[in-house]
Ligand binder design. Structure first.
Ligand code: NAP
Length: 332
């Protein structure tokens, strides 16, 4: 397995990470046995970075990962690095109720995560979004206290912009920024990526398949009753335009003998050695396909052809619905 280091201060991880969110939340029903088998297959293939959030399925995702780790082979379990997001508040109906990243909340969330995961430390701990009522310095300072106490190894950020990155990094070294980055979500290129590079911060890129939209498997008539039912890019009118981009990409992928998902993941990985794509595979067949992207090398001509097929800014619709866009510090 190829490796990449997350920033100057972060851990060295597999060049592809597994995002476990969809195994518990947001992408419709999932199969528990298949989810655990997928985590095991990822560890066996050499994936060392597992990403979760304490709010994914209200703790379900952490308990699932904990179960998968307990039943994994010892050496694979020991190599696994867990990245946890916290701070998002949920309600009993599964709704979203804002954010809480006060120092006392940091310690409380962390305590529950350690117990649910069944571990004595978390490798990378990060606020999922900025809490408008709490200065980021206070939140990062509270996590830094937990680093000193041995409960957290590294501090990460999620979906924040350049000012917040600089303020956070002034308090404690930051291993990586987790942010959406794909052929059709390229906002990071407008200053955020450069700021990370200036400060020696790595990037864990999520949504590299745009939630399945640019995976090559999504079709205009695919029914969804989940996150995607509310995502602007999947709405009638937009989805057809976005899938036309996918068809242009498919021609380039076919000429190289690879799949659309593989070329889309490989494109993100090709944007820099400091970037680690997180793939949201929920099944072993999807994981196998995603792992195939590690064997893809894109030439300068390939990258130019991809840019022509899917030019920057070509996507129809925003990457989140209006209310969620408003909570993205990275979009300010
Ligand atoms: N920091 C943040 O704000 C944030 C936000 C969202 C996610 N994340 C993290 O990033 C991870 C990845 O994000 P994501 O799940 O939205 O991204 P994604 O990889 O763009 O989308 C995953 C979806 O694409 C579909 N897919 C089709 N072919 C695939 C293949 N070969 N490999 C993987 N998926 C394939 C799957 O849907 P079907 O299973 O329905 O086919 C899967 O659920 C999450 O699990 C989570 O840990 C972070």
């Amino acid at each position: 397995m190829q490796k990449r280091q997350l920033g100057h201060s972060g851990p060295t991880v597999s060049a592809l990470g597994l995002g476990c969110m969809g195994m518990s939340d947001l992408y419709g029903p999932s199969d528990r046995g298949e989810s655990i088998a997928t985590i095991h297959a990822a560890l066996e293939a050499g994936i060392t970075l597992l990403d979760t959030g304490d709010f994914y399925g209200m703790g379900h995702n952490e308990m699932l990962i904990g179960e998968a780790l307990r039943s994994a082979a010892g050496s694979q379990r020991d190599q696994a690095l867990i990245s946890v997001k916290f701070g998002a508040l949920r309600d009993p109906a599964g709704g979203w109720a804002g954010y809480d990243t006060r120092p006392q909340a940091v310690k409380n969330f962390l305590t529950y995560s350690l117990r649910r995961l069944g571990v004595d430390h978390i490798d990378i701990y990060r606020p999922s979004r900025i809490d408008p009522d709490v200065p980021v310095e206070d939140t990062i300072g509270a996590i830094a206290d937990m680093v000193k106490a041995g409960y957290v190894r590294h501090i990460g950020l999620s979906e924040v912009g350049t000012d917040t990155i600089r303020r956070a990094a002034a308090v404690h070294p930051i291993s990586d920024l987790q942010i959406e980055y794909s052929l059709i979500s390229r906002g990071i290129e407008n200053g955020i990526l450069q700021t990370c590079r200036d400060l020696g911060i790595g990037v864990t890129a999520y949504g590299v398949l745009s939630r399945g939209l640019i995976s090559g498997h999504w079709q205009a008539n695919t029914q969804s009753n989940d996150f995607r039912a509310h995502s602007p890019r999947f709405q009638a009118g937009n989805v057809d335009r976005n899938l036309a981009l996918v068809e242009a990409l498919r021609k380039i992928a076919a000429a190289k003998g690879i799949s659309v998902a593989q070329i889309a993941i490989a494109w993100v990985a090709a944007q820099g050695q400091d970037i680690v794509p997180l793939v949201g595979a929920r099944r072993r067949d999807r994981l196998t396909e995603a792992l195939g992207s590690l064997d893809v090398s894109l030439t300068r001509d390939d990258l130019a052809a991809i840019e022509t097929a899917v030019p920057k800014g070509a996507a129809a619709g925003e990457r989140y619905a209006t209310e969620q866009m408003a909570s993205l510090d990275s979009e300010r």
